[in-house]
Structure formats: C-alpha cells, structure tokens
Design a protein around this ligand. Structure first.
Ligand SMILES: Cc1cc2nc3c(=O)[nH]c(=O)nc-3n(C[C@H](O)[C@H](O)[C@H](O)COP(=O)(O)O)c2cc1C
Length: 368
C-alpha cells in the first residue's frame, strides 16, 4: 500500500478511536423558545432543500471522508448503499489519492457503481489544479465538487502541504471552469466571515462551514506524529454554531451548509435555524457503519427523517427554510463570541415576530 493509502486507513482508525457519542458541542448553548400553539399539521411538513442547483429530498448528507485503500473502499461501498437506500447525497473523500495513484481509482468509483442514479459530490483539496478537478468530477460522474480547505491539518501532518499561497487562485479557476457547482468546505475548523467574504469575492456560491465540535483533525494528525508535540492546537478553530453565526449576514447572497459535530436531529434543526440549507455528517456515519453495519445505519437515517418532521411540527414550521423565523436563545460561549464580533444575538431571540402567517399573507394580497 502507498503512503496515502496508509494515511487514509489511519484517519479512519483514529477518527473512530477519538469519536465520542456525546462530546460537548456549541449547539448545546442554543435553545429554541417553546411556543405552545404550533398551528400546523405534521402532514404539511416537507424536508426538501435546494443548493448547488440540486433539489434534495432530505436536508442531510454523508459528508466527504474516504477512499484510497482496500479498507476504505469497503467503507465507501457500505456508505453508498446507505445513500442509495435512503436517498441521501454522498461526498467522497479526497480524490487526491487516485490522482497520485491510478490503482486506487476503484476505491472511489465504487460509490457511483453502488448508486448509479444518486447525488454524489467529488472532493479535492484547494492545492489542486483545474485539470485535476475535472478528473475528480469525471471519475465519479459527480453532480458537484467539494473543494476542501484544511490548513491546520496540513501543517500538523509531517508530510503535509506547506505552501498555501495559491489556494484562492486555484479555487477561483475551478469555480469558473470545472462545469459543475463547487462547494468550498472546511474539515472541522470552521469559517470566519472574512474567509466567507474572500470566497464570495472569487465567485464561490456554496460554502460548508464545517466547524469544530466533532471529528478533530488537529487531534488526529497529532496522534499520527512521531513526536505528538501539537496537543496544544486541539482547540483551534470555530465551532459549527459560531461559524454559522459568522456566515449569517451572507444568507441571501450565498448558500451556506453546515457540518462538524452534527450527530442528531436536534443538532441538525439548530443548524438549519442558524441558516444552513443542509447539513453533512462524517464522524457519525463512520461510527454507525463501522459499529452497526448497513441495515442498522439505514434504520437510523429513516428515524432521523421522522424526528426532523416531528421537530419541525413542534416548531410550527412547514420546511427548513421557515426555521429562520424561530426564536433562539444563546448561552456562553456563543454570547461572548457574538459580543466580540458584533453579531446581534438579541435578534435571534425574537425572530418569530417577523414571520407572516398564511392569513396575513392572504390579507395583504387581498388588500392590494
Ligand atoms: C475519516 C475521515 C476522513 C475525512 N477525509 C476528508 C476528505 O478527504 N476531504 C474532506 O473534505 N473532508 C474530510 N473529512 C472531514 C469531514 O468531511 C468533515 O468536514 C469533518 O469530519 C467534520 O464533520 P464531522 O464532525 O461530522 O465528522 C474527513 C472526516 C473523517 C472522519
């Protein structure tokens, strides 16, 4: 096995070793204000969402993870079966491995083979050229391409990238010419509004903020190091909740997705309420597939869909975009962050007043 294949196996092993069923998460610092009269029928609730010119029936997906070795091919196969049976979109891990070594292409292609009609996102790092981006899309006949930005991870990897000077130019070229929608994503370190503005300036339209709170690549790469000298970087980055607050002012200009530490329908619904059009799960899917197998993972996905409908009904909202009119109260560390970054956290606590009821809309139309 080559060096990249070994690394991919180590990532899977360490992600599962460090996985925590209930790790503390900034989503815990958010509460919905409960209102006692939902005023809708559960049968009216729809889970569908749209981004990257795609309509998805389910607003969560299997996020970019793996490929590049025999073991990871089997994981991709099993996850692709789950995606097919539950109608979820699925991203591959970085296709860098197949670009460097043609022999491992099948470990990625298995995803398309298992799920010929499904929505698949190819994945590549921002160090890659437009030419490689086209190869990645072609390999999977992908409907969209994820470009990951992972500077902390690269710097902690003994064998990692040290030159980040061309990332923005590479992304700009890829977005303009690759021929499919591009999703720029972090890998668990979150994003700031300054980063989001830089990406917007070069034409990026869809961003997965992928924040801290779940899989921690600072911890994983430190474990892989011979010296294990970088334990002090483990808290680096913005949580997913904070990253969504940073992204909030772009809600009408960009499509914002969320990932990082999302494990349950309650985490998901909070992410949608903070503006995410869809959420990605990696560590949680990896854990489910390795510990419980394909059939149990399928059952879990179906139960999440039902739970999301229950939560939407409880909140009196017919779809996830209406969640922008829910009232959210923040606790620390979110309040401190909002104060420091001049984010109006009071606004979130009284947003339901902004929602026009169907009756009001009809009355306004009639008055016109
Ligand atoms: C084993 C493993 C491998 C990963 N490899 C990639 C990758 O190749 N490309 C990428 O964009 N993200 C990769 N990620 C990062 C995830 O897509 C995601 O951004 C991050 O894990 C945070 O989400 P989580 O807490 O749900 O795991 C990987 C995650 C895991 C667990």
């Amino acid at each position: 096995m080559d060096q990249i294949g070994r690394r991919k196996d180590e990532h899977v092993k360490l992600a599962e070793k460090l996985y925590q069923e209930s790790s503390p998460n900034d989503f815990d610092a958010i509460r919905f204000v409960h209102h006692s009269l939902p005023q809708i029928k559960q049968s009216e609730v729809q889970l569908g969402t749209s981004f990257s010119k795609l309509h998805l029936e389910t607003p969560f997906f299997i996020n970019g993870m793996t490929g590049g070795s025999t073991k990871t091919a089997a994981i991709n196969r099993d996850l692709a079966i789950v995606a097919r049976e539950t109608n979820l979109a699925m991203a591959t891990g970085s296709i860098n491995a197949a670009i460097k070594n043609e022999q491992v292409k099948p470990s990625f292609q298995i995803i398309r083979k298992m799920n010929p009609k499904g929505v698949v996102f190819a994945n590549l790092g921002a160090e890659h050229s437009l030419e490689n981006a086209k190869i990645a899309v072609e390999l999977l006949q992908a409907q969209a391409l994820q470009i990951h930005v992972n500077a902390p991870q690269e710097l902690l990897m003994a064998e990692g990238e040290r030159d980040f000077s061309h990332w923005l130019e590479n992304i700009e070229k890829i977005v303009a010419h690759v021929g499919v929608p591009v999703i720029v994503k972090e890998v668990g370190f979150g994003m700031s509004r300054e980063t989001i503005q830089q990406l917007k300036n070069i034409g990026v339209q869809t961003i997965d903020v992928s924040g801290r709170g779940g899989t921690n690549f600072a911890a994983i790469e430190n474990e892989r190091r011979a010296d294990q000298n970088y334990s002090f970087v483990q808290e680096w980055g913005q949580s997913t909740a904070i990253s969504l607050l940073e992204a909030a002012s772009y809600k009408n200009q960009l499509e914002i997705l969320a990932s990082g530490g999302i494990k349950s329908p309650m985490d998901m619904i909070k992410a949608y309420a903070l503006g995410a059009k869809a959420v990605g799960l990696s560590g949680q899917f990896l854990h489910l597939i390795l510990s419980r197998g394909v059939n149990e993972t399928i059952k879990e996905v179906e139960s999440w869909k039902e739970s999301l409908k229950t939560l939407l009904t409880l909140l009196g909202r017919k779809n996830i975009s209406e969640l922008e009119y829910t009232d959210l109260v923040f606790y620390d560390p979110l309040v401190t962050w909002c104060q420091a970054r001049k984010i109006d956290w009071h606004f979130y606590a009284e947003r339901s007043a902004l929602k026009k009821t169907d009756k009001q809309v009809k009355r306004n139309v009639a008055e016109k």
